[in-house]
Design a protein around this ligand. Sequence first.
Ligand code: 3HC
Ligand code: NAI
Length: 700
Amino acid sequence: MKGTVHYEVKKFCAILTIDNPPVNPLSSGVRQGLFDLIERAQQDEQIGTIIITGAGNSFIAGADISEFSGKMEGAPLPAVLNRMESSTKPIIAAINGSALGGGLETALCCDYRICNQQALFGLPEVKLGLLPGAGGTQRLPRLIGAEAALDIMLSARHVKPSEALTLGIIDAVAEDDLMEAAFAFAEDLKNREYPLRKIRDLSEHQQQDKNKPGIFDAARRLAEKTARGQRAPGWIIECVEAAVNIDDFDKGIAKEAENFFKCFKSSQRKALIHVFFNERNAAKIPDIPKETPRRDIKKAAVIGAGTMGGGIAMCFANAGIEVTLLDADQEGLDKGLAKIQKNYELSLAKGKLKQSSYEQRLSLIKSSLDYQELADADVIIEAVFENLALKKKIFEQLDSVAKSGAILATNTSALNIDEIAQVTSRPEDVIGMHFFSPANVMPLLEVVRGAETAKGVIATAMSLGKKLKKVSVLAGNCPGFIGNRMLFKYMEQASQLLLEGALPQDIDGALQEFGMAMGPFAMHDLVGLDLGWRERKKSGQSRDIDKVADALCEAERFGQKNGRGFYRYDENSRQPIPDDIVTSTIEKVASELGIERRSISSDEIVQRCIYALINEGAKILEESIAIRSSDIDIIYIYGYGFPAYRGGPMFYGDKVGAKQLIEDFTALEEQTGQTWEAANLIKQLAEQDGSLTKWQRTSV
Ligand code: 3HC
Ligand code: NAI
């Protein structure tokens, strides 16, 4: 069995220490250990009080998620918690770190809870497509009220000790040593007449909440907005309603068990657990050992104070790293700095940032027009216009000023990293660090490995991403890397559908209904139509699928930046409004191209756009541009708004199955007259009955 619990007697207390590194989940050995040792403490006459704590820096990180796919050994969690709750000796939870999910639920079955300053509380099961299934939906509302409990469960947020104390989740925060404080608490309990405090017996909040039915409608409205398409939030709300409306605690627990089972069986739960583990797997690069030495990053520099450069500089400042922002001229620099200041002021005004952090972050951002001032930077990220000649010129300059050992990174969205590296005398120090817009908000960093990039540089860039609070994924070097290379194919399908008969709002609507955070044409409006149009005019090359965007640009419709593109926008609003002029433009372009428009279903839209992603993703795997198919999933979820509850495009592709994909591609060829050639990998998997999600390379 996995994990153990140690038993130690000190004074009149039995100390049960959960030991299951690194985060002490409730694995089989932990559950069995708790069950047996609570029993032992009950029988032990010298024991007056039981204290439960965790070894290392975590209390209990929740149920062991890795056990969900196999056969469960050891005592079931409900049996352990029942044993705790029926203890005749008081139990104190001495919470020394994360008490999440089943961890907090275990603490809620103790009579008292105290913690140290490092503790964190939460019921984040919703992020795994689950609900708190060990009494959390019934006990937390009884302890702190339904509204606060719903907020914690639906947001999955981590609550710090001071807030936990105010809410009433805990009874005390230890000022110094946690175990000393636990003993003192136990001593104090000895002097009380009725020391046992079982949450199941509390009813004050429950009675008050019966008069506030509006909180459930409000929670449903919020969940619809923030967790569109997800099933677990609705089931959580139902359970909390039961906690308020059903006086019999055990009947409430039965409702929780019923809904937990629904969650457990759902495909969303499987997809979200795939995301949980593979977000962490993305950091593991088979040919770069964990112990590869990292370079020290104390000072950073960013070249280009535009949309991306400003956001990247904010990421460094937010992580407490000094950063120098450089632009071609004072005007560009001033504009960039003003935008950064405005962003921070907005956070300050919304109460998301304290005055002291606001000042500290701004003071970490320096500015310069002089490359010499970048000489002591440990990492320099270039974020100037997407132009290879310009980027090469900048890297030549960097090569002459950057100190030896500095990492030279480019934020290019699609250009060849090796061509950029070749203009320097140190291609081993050159790497792609592709942030997503807005860089200070979006959680993804696509790290791009050049042919000569040193392993230490890759390891440092991946760790730096974590420090900047990003999920880092490694990609190989090819036009568009992983994310944008797939996006090109997705956009091609969307643009083709536009010519064949669908309107922007049909395509965006269908894909949003599928779960995408934003439709392709609303996204195109956000990025701006003019960049591509200018490039096409310069090169004299425009494909049929570009003709609608070209026509819109000719009519000065550049997207959100001037209030009209594939949609129109009211002043100060980002809400896309369908526009008849766009419809007539599309119809005119289609007719000029000799395309007879037809009615296109939402299913066809989703199938063609998502299949385009899957097929290109499979080619990316074949070519070793991604290490594993789950890396592609993580990129699409965190960088492109693919619904996490569908597991990412490759996970979704596996659900369809390689054989079915090929059959559907053939049907699409017949229906559309387009070529739908399956990637070799999909053909191979179809023959072997293989799985995309199991596909893994040793390197990119
Ligand atoms: N079960 C199994 N493994 C877990 C785990 C869990 N609950 N939580 C974390 N791990 C593993 C990770 O996969 C990782 O393994 P790896 O090193 O092999 O990749 C390792 O522990 C360390 O995790 P992190 O890299 O995430 O460590 P951090 O220090 O960054 O974060 C944490 C620690 C905040 C505890 C974070 O791991 C976390 O959020 N864990 C999940 C918490 C959670 O969702 N709990 C609810 C579980 S479901 C439940 O309890 C159901 C119940 O209601 C019945
Ligand atoms: P931008 O046009 O907003 O900013 C570019 C900045 O670079 C401007 O401030 C400009 O003055 C400055 N600049 C130009 N030449 C310079 C030089 N010689 N020296 C110093 N500064 C110079 O561009 P944006 O959108 O920030 O893009 C920058 C890079 O990031 C591009 O390579 C782009 O492909 C990439 N990128 C863009 C994303 C986006 O959504 N905008 C997303 C991810 C990557």
